[in-house]
Design a protein around this ligand. Structure first.
Ligand SMILES: Cc1ncc(COP(=O)(O)O)c(C=O)c1O
Length: 467
């Protein structure tokens, strides 16, 4: 019988030990004894070596997703007689080794601060394969980007035109720029992930764009590349992308009357499955449907199809990552006003909202499994929670776990490769976990775990006492 606290969409799993390949990384497997391994390494070995909690990246999966994304957009673009430049959106997950994987796969990279730019450059990718975003770029950030010869800076407000022109002039360069357009398209996703509604901070209204483009074109140190749209993130259906593309192409056609508009960047936002309930449109189908719509719109307006660009992040990094946690306590909580059988098993782990803020920020759902062993115990409705001082400190809001889940079990949470490490914090002075890549039975540390000493080092009072 279903637990009355269970949401409608949550099914009792027929086999809670099963690692559904639509959600877990491609090399995730269980040994005959039931322990989970990733990249050929048992999870208990990973935790022994690198600690718990631990972010684990299946490098083979990440690399194959880079190629899959690049191919999906390039093939779709080629079919309509153009090309597609694919920028990996580095905010999803960024380390210097990740940059090396991106570089080796031939993709470009999108950064949105000088910090992300510094990591990209430290990872060795050439500036010509970097694009800079951000709604509030400082002169210093723009200066570094121009000095690195980035392929494009995306302008997010009128003020930035003069800022970028003056920096490019001072460095005697011609800086290619795009304009981020607020298309007004409402993406079907969480409110905080929808970035093209009118009442939010990103982009420039369609009606204001022609005057800004004229301004850009009047600057000898700027080159107008074209328009940019990013309607949001974790989007499963194509309609919003098509609607935004069509609105931008109308504008693109209008701008062609007064000069060159070589490119059109349609951003990222392609969704992934976090639970068995999620059914995102496959990326190749999404890419094909978008480019078909682009071609139809360009044909209808009698204009040439521009070069295209896309910025996928989550669809590359998300499914390749898993977070491992150790169970510290469990308790069954009866919710008396919800009737008979309304009991939820609270499973507390050694991390929480500091390593994965997405459930608290976006009400994101995840899937967990016992990773250190398999279990044939009856599934119990569980909530995996962290160790922070907030009742909203939830890692997995709704999941069925074997009812014998116990202290010292290792739990794995799927699809945590994107926007978990990159959004992590030190709330409650929890040191952030290590990030490790696994491939071919080898583990490579990408980012070491923080220590309490790391955190104290920043405390000026502590340093002065030590001095
Ligand atoms: C401008 C821009 N491009 C691309 C992305 C990547 O989105 P996703 O990871 O959902 O593909 C984002 C995410 O916030 C973004 O702001």
């Amino acid at each position: 019988m279903k637990n009355p606290l269970s949401p409608e969409w949550l099914e009792i799993p027929a086999d809670p030990n099963l690692l559904d390949s639509k959600i877990w990384p491609r090399t995730a497997a269980r040994s005959a004894a039931g322990e989970m391994s990733i990249g050929g390494i048992a999870v208990s070995d990973l935790v022994r070596q690198f600690g718990s909690p631990l972010y684990v990246v299946d490098q083979e999966d990440f690399e194959s997703r880079l190629l899959m994304a690049s191919r999906a957009f390039s093939d779709a673009a080629n079919k309509i007689g153009t090309s597609a430049k694919v920028y990996y959106a580095s905010k999803a997950l960024l380390t210097t080794d990740v940059v090396r994987w991106v570089d080796a796969a031939g993709l470009s990279i999108d950064v949105s601060t000088s910090g992300e730019l510094a990591v990209a450059l430290a990872g060795g990718i050439d500036g010509s394969r970097i694009g800079l975003h951000g709604n509030n770029k400082s002169l210093v950030e723009i200066g570094r980007a121009v000095a690195a010869n980035v392929s494009a800076i995306v302008i997010d407000s009128e003020i930035e035109i003069e800022r970028i022109a003056s920096v490019a002039g001072a460095q005697d360069k011609i800086q290619p720029v795009r304009i981020r357009v607020n298309s007004g398209v409402h993406a079907y996703t969480h409110e905080y992930l929808a970035t093209a509604r009118e009442d939010q901070k990103f982009g420039i209204a369609i009606s204001d764009v022609p005057a800004l483009v004229a301004k850009i074109r009047s600057h000898s140190h700027l080159k107008f590349l074209g328009l940019h749209s990013h309607i949001g993130s974790q989007i499963f259906v194509v309609d919003g992308f098509v609607a935004a593309a069509e609105r931008l192409i109308d504008l693109h056609a209008e701008l062609l009357a007064k000069g060159d508009v070589p490119e059109l960047n349609l951003g990222g936002g392609f969704g992934i499955a976090y639970t068995a309930n999620d059914r995102p449109m496959p990326l190749d189908e999404m890419a094909g449907r978008i480019t078909t719509a682009v071609k139809a719109k360009c044909d209808a307006l009698g204009i040439a199809v521009p070069k295209l660009a896309f910025e996928p992040g989550r669809v590359i990094a998300g499914p390749a990552g898993v977070t491992l946690y150790s169970v510290g306590t469990t308790k069954d909580v009866q919710v008396s006003d919800q009737g008979a059988g309304a009991t939820r098993k609270y499973v507390s782990v050694d991390g929480g909202m500091s390593d994965n803020i997405r459930p608290a920020l976006y009400e994101a759902e995840y899937l967990a499994t016992i990773a250190s062993r398999s279990s044939s115990a009856t599934p119990a409705l569980a909530r995996v929670v962290g160790k922070h001082c907030e009742s909203g400190d939830i890692v997995v809001r709704h999941s069925y776990l074997p009812s014998d889940v116990e202290v010292n079990d290792l739990l794995a949470v799927a699809a945590t490769g994107a926007y978990c490490f990159s959004l992590s914090s030190n709330y409650n002075f929890l040191p952030r976990p290590a990030v490790v890549a696994v491939k071919g039975s080898k583990a490579q540390l990408l980012v070491r775990a923080e220590t309490e000493a790391d955190l104290l080092m920043r405390d000026a009072g502590f340093e002065s006492k030590e001095a």
